[in-house]
Write a protein that binds this ligand. Structure first.
Ligand SMILES: [Zn+2]
Length: 330
């Protein structure tokens, strides 16, 4: 009944060649929806919270929600991951809360500015690895820059990952999982034209780097969800995402962790809008948060099947952070 180190979940997935979704949360219904999907499809799962989510949920609430998720689902390998940590201080706080994995995003500075300095990224990532591994906690870093929320200076600042630099970064930092930029971006507007992933970059990185690869901004932004949101009064014209077929190809070529946030937001929003539009007499929050929870669970169960995660929750016994500490010590 404890949380699983993310490294174990990713290593097991890599061995068998499937992907594991990492789903963002900030409240109870989202966590319940994801765990219900994991139970239904028998999937190991990564739940992640950004700094914004931790702040929104006042840290302590999220901590106890994830403990509840582990307690209610002892048969499901569950990692709790900090998404886009910006400093060693933030990482320390997440580890204190019980997170079994952290991301250090070296393109973010503590003062909220963005850095594009390799040396800074390598230095801060190395310090996070040294600290986290002492606790058995997994570390994800990033090389290259995505668009969207990380895009501090407007369009044109997406930098695809340089494969040689990726190798150097992994060797110098000793991190466990590497997020790369191959054309995805955060949010609901990922591509101006056709969705295109730089598959050649992924292949080159995979050939040089022997740790799990992470894809951020990997929501598919299904047209049915966009249509539903817009049908019931929303305004999301022209939103586009990464087609599932492209993600499945990326998994085949070596991507193991796939970050999904936008699709969950869309599912929740579509369900709530529908209730508001079709049942205007309803005013009990359960009448719309309940359907939102169901809609979210359904979309995530679909991803667990599409990524190949389904059916793998019983493949292995969860390690503890203590076990992982020993492994790092070797
Ligand atoms: Zn991200």
């Amino acid at each position: 009944m404890s949380l699983t180190p993310m490294k174990q979940i990713l290593d097991e997935a890599r061995k068998k060649g499937y992907g594991v979704g990492a789903y963002n949360v900030n409240n109870m219904e989202q966590i319940q929806a994801i765990m219900a999907a994991a139970q239904k499809t028998k999937s190991p799962v990564i739940i992640q919270a950004s700094r914004g989510a931790l702040k929104y949920s006042n840290f302590t609430y999220l901590k106890h929600l994830m403990i509840a998720a582990a307690e209610e689902n002892p048969n499901i390998p569950l990692a709790m991951h900090l998404d886009h940590g910006n400093s060693l201080e933030t990482v320390k706080k997440a580890i204190d809360l019980g997170f079994t994995s952290v991301m250090i995003d070296g393109s973010l500075m503590e003062d909220g500015k963005t850095a594009s300095d390799y040396d800074y990224n390598a230095r801060v990532t190395r310090s996070v690895v040294e600290y986290s591994h002492k606790y058995g906690v997994t570390v994800e870093g990033e090389i290259g820059r995505l668009g969207g929320i990380e895009d501090g200076v407007g369009s044109g600042s997406i930098h695809l990952t340089d494969p040689d630099q990726a190798k150097k970064f992994v060797d110098e930092t000793g991190l466990d999982a590497l997020a790369i930029a191959i054309g995805t971006s955060h949010g609901a507007y990922k591509f101006k034209g056709a969705a295109n992933l730089a598959i050649d970059v992924l292949k080159k990185v995979r050939a040089l780097v022997d740790i799990p690869i992470v894809l951020h901004g990997a929501s598919s932004v299904p047209i049915e969800l966009i249509d539903k949101v817009n049908k019931y009064g929303g305004a999301l014209p022209g939103a586009t995402g990464v087609p599932m077929a492209s993600l499945q190809e990326a998994i085949k070529l070596g991507v193991t962790k796939i970050n999904v946030d936008t699709d969950g937001r869309l599912a929740v929003t579509a369900a709530i809008r529908e209730v508001f539009a079709t049942k205007p007499e309803k005013f009990d929050p359960r009448d719309y948060l309940g359907p939102a929870r169901e809609a979210l669970s359904e979309i995530i169960a679909g991803k667990m099947k599409d990524f190949g995660t389904a059916g793998h929750s019983d493949d292995y016994k969860s390690m503890s952070l203590e076990d992982m500490k020993k492994l790092y010590g070797k």
